[in-house]
Design a protein around this ligand. Structure first.
Ligand code: SAM
Length: 184
């Protein structure tokens, strides 16, 4: 996320909507943290985050945008203050992501190993901690099928414990776990 904040977003012109896809979003923490970074750097401007997962159960949880406070490790303190509401009374120990942030975030069910729906193109795709579920051939197929949905010059993020070595050589590594689609 630091790379997105410090290197990608400052280069973004205002002309079109900046679109990010969290392609195995689980219960939405990654999607909302991305939304906080985008709101911080691009303000109320044109940007959106799509979160998707195979599991409707985790997507229902994601849409609620309501979490236990112990789930906040990944969210910097200032973002928590600015973009979240701390629960009181019966909601003590929880927080809710503010509706103005949620307006930019949507969730859809997508099975990455099936033909993908028409989701449009993205400036950045996050495929973190899901390739562990796939064998090598499935990893190759999944990454290949995501590439048409990434804009030329767009960024592809995986987790620090993963690599695209032997999975895909179309994407060019810019940092360990961060790749870029050539073409600009
Ligand atoms: C460990 S979570 C990753 C959450 C988040 N990306 C992160 O790094 O914190 C993995 C998610 O992948 C989802 N998943 C597993 N197989 C999938 C598939 N074929 N298509 C889409 N999502 C899948 C699981 O439902 C789970 O929510």
């Amino acid at each position: 996320m630091d790379f997105l904040a410090d290197h990608v977003l400052p280069q973004h012109g205002e002309q079109r909507t900046f679109r990010v896809w969290s392609a195995a979003s689980s219960s939405g923490e990654e999607s909302y943290t991305l939304a906080m970074v985008l709101a911080d750097k691009l303000g109320e401007g044109r940007w959106e985050v799509l979160g998707s997962d195979i599991s409707t159960r985790v997507l229902d949880k994601a849409r609620q945008a309501h979490y236990a406070l112990e789930r906040v490790e990944g969210i910097p303190g200032p973002y928590l203050k600015r973009f979240c509401l701390k629960g009181t009374g019966r909601q003590e120990g929880t927080f809710l992501v503010k509706p103005e942030l949620c307006r930019h975030v949507s969730f859809h069910q997508v099975n990455l190993i099936k033909p993908l729906p028409a989701l449009g193109q993205f400036d950045a795709i996050f495929l973190r901690n899901v390739m562990i579920y796939f064998d090598m051939e499935t990893k190759r197929r999944v990454v290949r099928s995501l590439l048409p949905l990434l804009r030329a010059g767009g960024y592809f993020f995986i987790s620090h414990s993963e690599t695209l070595n032997g999975v895909n050589d179309e994407l060019k590594m810019v940092r360990p776990s961060i790749y870029r689609k050539p073409g600009v």
